[in-house]
Ligand binder design. Structure first.
Ligand code: PMP
Length: 364
């Protein structure tokens, strides 16, 4: 049988594994930070109509620049942003890939602060950008001083910040973004995939955009909007950044169907975002319940919670799966991540966890 190793694969891809959160058919799926609530019927109908209206024109290419969709996204973001400040692609992963294609690449370096979103280094790898695994402090905190020291040491072409951070859940203090922007010689990307779930008073890096043409904020409709299957991510930045990513984007990368579906979803954003408060309640409930059980839990501004199970986390992960609950092993020794979904999903998760031996370190 031919394997990848028999092919003339790039040397830097040899021995690597693809991104692979398990997609298992179990009752309670809390491993990829999706929104557990289905698209409401009225919104599904509106999306259906919008798609139907496109079908006869599928002989033509879509709007290459997705201008109407970008205007809708800018309107949603507010902060005085216009279509020229916004770029959209098939998920924020594609947006970040385009940023690396435009500003990274062979001979260039990107820095992130581990643990953070596991796709950032993989996207760097795919674009031939050297990746530097920066460090965080105790409790996964990242202070302005730590971040600036590492930026100064590595002089990266791109810095990836993630706020709220996946997998830890905690939002970054705005001083960290400001300090990194002041020190970084290149682009600063703030991945705000989970911004809508942040606790009240958590500022967005969108506020720092004016006067900072090297700052890029990426967002997605995959989480709060419950539109992960629609594949729509976007960025907000100076219009010059949007010009730059257009140099590397594939022509017609966003299908007419994607653009129409996303616009219909955005037109019904109140209905879609109505689940956010309920999800935050479950997030806070999970944090409180786990702490009540004596577990160490990271503060969360997102729709997931990172908690310590101690020892070999794969054992607890498997034991939960055996009880029909799929959570995420993010490869952090002793820790697991669970998505906050419906109240019933929280019930199932907690019941399953109570049957699993974990280390309790109350008082830590
Ligand atoms: N950023 C972060 C921090 C994420 O956790 C995810 C999804 N897990 C993404 C970006 C990518 O999301 P999408 O491509 O669906 O927009």
């Amino acid at each position: 049988m031919t394997t990848m190793d028999d092919l003339p694969l790039r040397d830097d891809l040899r021995g690597r594994s693809p991104y692979g959160a398990p997609q298992l058919d179990v009752a309670v799926r809390l491993n990829t930070n999706e929104n557990s609530y289905p698209v409401p019927e009225a919104v599904a109908e509106a999306i259906g109509k919008a798609l139907a209206a496109e079908l006869r024109d599928l002989n033509r290419y879509p709007d290459r620049d997705a201008v109407a969709l970008r205007a809708d996204l800018a309107d949603y973001l507010g902060h005085g942003l216009a279509a020229a400040n916004v770029w959209a692609a098939n998920g924020s992963n594609e947006v970040q890939q385009q940023l690396l294609q435009a500003f990274g690449g062979p001979g260039r370096t990107a820095l992130g602060f581990t643990p953070a979103y596991s796709m950032h280094p993989l996207l760097a790898l795919g674009t031939g950008t050297s990746w530097v695994d920066g460090r965080r402090g105790p409790g996964f905190a990242l202070t302005a001083i730590q971040a600036v020291e590492q930026v100064r040491a590595h002089r990266p072409d791109l810095v990836f910040l993630c706020s709220p951070n996946n997998p830890t859940g905690t939002a970054l203090a705005p001083e960290v973004v400001a300090a990194v922007l002041a020190e970084a010689p290149g682009m600063v990307v703030v991945d705000e995939a989970y911004a809508e779930f942040a606790r009240p008073g958590t500022p967005s890096a969108l506020e720092a955009l004016p006067g900072h043409p090297r700052l890029v904020v990426t967002r997605t409709m995959s989480k709060a909007f419950g539109f992960a299957g629609g594949r729509l991510g976007y960025l907000a930045a100076d219009p010059a950044v949007v010009d730059a990513v257009q140099l590397v984007r594939l022509p017609y990368h966003l299908s007419a169907l994607t653009q129409a579906a996303a616009r219909a979803a955005l037109a019904h954003r109140d209905a879609l975002l109505a689940t956010v408060e309920a999800i935050k309640e479950q997030r806070d409930r999970i944090v409180a319940e786990l702490r009540g059980r004596g577990l160490t839990v990271a503060d969360s501004d997102a729709n997931f919670v990172l908690f310590e199970v101690g020892g070999d986390q794969t054992v607890a992960w498997r034991a939960l799966l055996d009880r029909g609950v799929l959570v995420r092993d993010v490869g952090l020794p002793g820790w697991l991540r669970v998505t906050a979904g419906t109240p019933a999903e929280t019930d199932s998760f907690l019941a399953a966890l109570d049957a699993v031996p974990v280390e309790r370190k109350a008082g830590r």
